[in-house]
Write a protein that binds this ligand. Sequence first.
Ligand SMILES: Nc1ncnc2c1ncn2[C@@H]1O[C@H](COP(=O)(O)OP(=O)(O)OP(=O)(O)O)[C@@H](O)[C@H]1O
Ligand SMILES: [Mg+2]
Length: 148
Amino acid sequence: MTVASTSVFHTNSPIGTQSLGERTGAAAQPGEVWLLIGDLGAGKTQFAQGFAAGLGVTDDVISPTYPILVTYTTGRTLLNHIDFYRLEDESQLADIDFDSCIAPDAITLIEWGDRFAAARRAMTGVVNITIPDPAIPDKRRIEVIQLR
Ligand SMILES: Nc1ncnc2c1ncn2[C@@H]1O[C@H](COP(=O)(O)OP(=O)(O)OP(=O)(O)O)[C@@H](O)[C@H]1O
Ligand SMILES: [Mg+2]
């Protein structure tokens, strides 16, 4: 695995995390696959909402925990927003036709994306979100790793 760049950011509010997502989405290219990693409530969906806005998505971006996959059409690409949280076994990826999500004309963002090997093989970037200090509940450390 080649790491092309790693950047570390700190945000102090949900809006701050959305803004970082927006900048990341604005720079994203079709074909990219981003894994969003972090505990429950870390801010993966907040980041994804900003990312979608950065791509030009104007629809409301919901948490995909229940639908598992939501696809948005943007001005320049498709955005597949996926959440692996409720999936217990990699074979369930067939239910959302995961292989078709990974396509040259689509960008795929996967919450809990490190859980399954198929996503780890396809990933082109990783966003790691942590709460660095439990005494400061609105602070997040966000590492953005571009792999290629
Ligand atoms: N700096 C911050 N960045 C992002 N979210 C924050 C921040 N500070 C507080 N929050 C709050 O943390 C929560 C993050 O929720 P979000 O749904 O984005 O988490 P998630 O990682 O997607 O969780 P899940 O694993 O349940 O999908 C929201 O309630 C948000 O208001
Ligand atoms: Mg979420």
